[in-house]
Write a protein that binds this ligand. Structure first.
Ligand SMILES: [Zn+2]
Length: 173
């Protein structure tokens, strides 16, 4: 069975044929981060897919993954195209390199997981928090509940670890 809900006024839908994403978000709804591990080559992959992007094997199992990493890149949104996000500008969209499997299978690869910067309880981050984060900031995954059976993986500053002295940010006005 598929899932239909809303998040900040935005409709979200997972079709019942989208078995990989339904499985992925089922773990997310329990605030657990799981990825598919290929039964043939043993590599994890993200986003969820039917076959392994490295060896094409269709066989995989869901395994828990430590969801910590560093910001690889970011976009700071000042003009929300979705009305419900307007009250939350500026907000950040982060691309995060997981520590898990970083540099495999080549030195340029990483599991790169996109999410917004949020507070530890999964609310879009306030401006003073947005200003602290840039490329290199250490983050950990949290979840924003978006209705029954669906939570969105997001990122918050990992206060329990050493941060870079000065994460790279676009020049500020
Ligand atoms: Zn594989």
């Amino acid at each position: 069975m598929g899932i239909q809900t809303t998040y900040l006024g935005m409709p979200l839908q997972l079709d019942d044929l989208d078995v990989e994403n339904l499985a992925f978000f089922k773990h997310c709804s329990a605030h657990n981060f799981h990825l598919q591990k290929c039964a043939k080559c043993g590599l994890l992959r993200y986003p969820p897919t039917t076959a392994c992007p490295w060896c094409m094997s269709p066989k995989s199992e869901w395994v828990p993954v430590d969801a910590k990493g560093a910001v690889h890149s970011y976009t700071e949104v000042h003009h929300a195209i979705q009305p419900a996000f307007k009250a939350h500008t500026p907000y950040l969209i982060l691309v995060v390199d997981l520590d898990t499997q970083k540099g495999k299978p080549t030195e340029h690869e990483a599991l790169r997981v996109v999410g917004n910067l949020t507070t530890p309880d999964g609310k879009l981050a306030p401006p003073d928090m947005v200003r602290k984060v840039g490329i290199g900031t250490r983050v950990r995954m949290v979840f924003s509940d978006a209705g029954p059976g669906l939570a969105i993986p997001q990122w918050t500053i990992d206060e329990g670890t050493k941060q870079p002295d000065k994460p790279w940010r676009y020049p500020q006005e």
